[in-house]
Ligand binder design. Structure first.
Ligand code: NDP
Length: 314
């Protein structure tokens, strides 16, 4: 993608930062956000990215240019128990953003796999599966996302703004919180157990942020009115316990799984529509997870491998 004028939200976080930095190599990129970590803003600026203070919880967009060709909206208020707030903040901010950027060629809203209703743990969800928006782990989150999907669909239709709603699976990579494998690894380092279902395990379709960045231009190209909806995950389906057992083997840090009613439930995707739009991924989850761990904890995988070898030698 070359010579476009791109507006992004959420670019200080895990999912969108690699995309912002990659796209900024050949396009004009602006990032909106609160920039709660000044160091991240500085690093974005170092890449030639324009930053602009925008708090979704109330700020308008006066002064922001309105001639963007492409918009990626990844910022999210996940909420901490207040359903009214999470619905209002995300929906209204998204409405302001779409209205402001109504002349764009394409708008991409990053939604979530968390809004599907529960099925058998190994069920591969299609875009037509029932929605549920219930999460014991983070109750406000899927409700806010589902409400915002409604706003996005409405504005795509009324503004005639070509839009894609991409329901993202487990993302992971070098920036921000790192994603589920890194978050769980932090728990392992702290000696905390990982909550798992009483029977079986959760499955997911993890996707590395490098593949996310590669897919974004094609997701924009697929934007339509009414909005295009697509499940956005990686090529491989992985069990969460298998994933974290692999992390434990890579790092030499023990993992403890404890059955619980409250788990970080994730789901697997049927990737037929995603592959038809963006094609394959380039990064296998094993390579990607190793790279992400190395980015967040430099040297940890190498040290873990050495520990494993010396353990085997004894
Ligand atoms: P992060 O928690 O890493 O980042 C959240 C982003 O939202 C930050 O850039 C933050 O910027 C911005 N933000 C939060 N509140 C506000 C606000 N009030 N005003 C403006 N910006 C705000 O999120 P991820 O990168 O993990 O997720 C990005 C998107 O992907 C989200 O929409 C999420 O729902 C979706 N998603 C993520 C998945 C994952 O595995 N990570 C899975 C499925 C969906 P700042 O603090 O600088 O303002």
């Amino acid at each position: 993608m070359l010579g476009k004028k791109i507006l992004m939200t959420g670019a200080t976080g895990l999912v969108a930062r690699t995309a912002a930095e990659t796209l900024a190599e050949h396009n004009e990129v602006w990032c909106l956000g609160r920039f709660t970590e000044p160091e991240v803003e500085r690093r974005l600026s170092d890449r030639g990215i324009r930053t602009w203070r925008w708090d979704m919880a109330g700020d308008g967009l006066d002064g922001v240019p309105d001639d963007f060709t492409h918009v990626l909206h990844a910022a999210v208020e996940r909420g901490d128990g207040d359903f009214e707030e999470v619905v209002a903040v995300n929906s209204v901010a998204t409405g302001r953003l779409m209205t402001h950027c109504r002349a764009a060629e394409a708008f991409l809203f990053v939604s979530t796999s968390a809004l599907y209703a529960p099925q058998a743990p190994d069920h591969r969800h299609t875009e037509d599966d029932p929605l549920g928006a219930e999460s014991a782990w983070l109750p406000t989150y899927p409700v806010g996302k589902l409400a915002t999907e409604g706003a996005v669909r409405a504005l795509a239709a009324t503004l005639g703004l070509p839009t894609t709603i991409a329901r993202l699976n487990v993302a992971y990579g070098p920036h921000g919180h790192g994603g589920l494998p890194v978050i769980f690894y932090r728990s392992m380092l702290a000696g905390q157990p990982i909550a798992v279902p009483h029977a079986g395990q959760h499955y997911c379709s993890p996707i590395h942020t490098d593949d996310i960045a590669r897919h974004i231009p094609r997701l924009w190209a697929a934007a339509g009115v009414p909005a295009t909806v697509v499940n956005w995950g990686g090529d491989e389906v992985v069990g969460v316990q298998d994933l974290m057992t692999h992390v434990s083997e890579l790092t030499g840090v023990p993992v403890d799984f404890v059955p619980s009613d409250v788990t970080r439930a994730v789901i697997a995707f049927d990737d037929t529509r995603r592959r038809s739009i963006v094609g394959d991924c380039e990064k296998s989850w094993r390579d990607g997870v190793r790279e992400a761990l190395d980015a967040h904890f430099p040297g940890t995988v190498e040290a873990g491998t050495k520990r494993e070898v010396s353990h085997r030698d004894q």
